[in-house]
Design a protein around this ligand. Sequence first.
Ligand code: CP
Length: 314
Amino acid sequence: MKKTASKRDLLTLFDLTPNELLKILSRAAYYKKQRKQKKLSAYLKGKNVALVFEKPSTRTKVSFDVAVNELGGHSVSLQSDSSQLGRGETYEDTAKVLSRYVQGIVIRTFGQEGLEELAQASSIPVINALSDFCHPCQVLADLLTIQEHKDKKLQTTVSYIGDGNNMTNTWIMAALMLGFPLKVATPQGYEAQVDEIKKYAAKFPAYQKNWKNITLSHDPEDGVKDVSVVNTDTWFSMGQEVSDEKRKLFEPFQLNASLMKKAKKDAIVLHCLPAHRGEEVTDDVLDGPQSRIWDEAENRLHVQKAVLEFLVRK
Ligand code: CP
């Protein structure tokens, strides 16, 4: 794939054009096939990538680590509790230093502002491995899973049920870019950050027409009615206080067999994981025949390779 500028970041999905996003999915599918054939491409030979995690991770950390290594590069891991970030060194200073050592930064952090500060001060690509605002690499893997199991053209109706969090925000951004119908149902007071998304989307006049395909409601049954893809996520994101009051409010949004009956008969189920079984999703749905969660998790690896190739390979 060709890059269009000298240094590019992936801080939100809007850092890609719709065409670039689709090319990344296509490359991820290529990497998946290639790995099955036990072949690898050394596109990151001689490159070092810093994996900076200020929050816990299993899938994102391991998939990026394996992706860098299988592409012939070398990864260096930093956790906030064992690096100077955890003692208050600024994102700006961290970025300037890492830019002298490595060729790319993958970072899981808190605020989008910190991520933007880091990217601004970096002379190397910065990849968002989850922020409080969005999780672009996860939704890229989810889109690949939809292509594999439901609709190659990504025009089928997708639903997101539950907490209005970074995943919800990212699904809205994906729907704005690609124009597929998206139904979001969240409890009152737990909506997606629509005003913030609108600020980012304002730079893209071509996306505005796609708001009409996005339904935001507080009705879980309507949220899954006749959809082809049903998504949910934890009710308590990392760092959020767990409360019985919130759990009670969210009960009607639990993805269970009864709610699944409202979706299309052949709808698939996605969950970015980790799941809180018996809370936002029941075991029978998560482990049932409509679930595609393990393919979804595997696709993280293939997508990370495609993202690294696009941004870090020169
Ligand atoms: N889905 C996801 O980001 O998983 P991890 O928190 O384990 O990385």
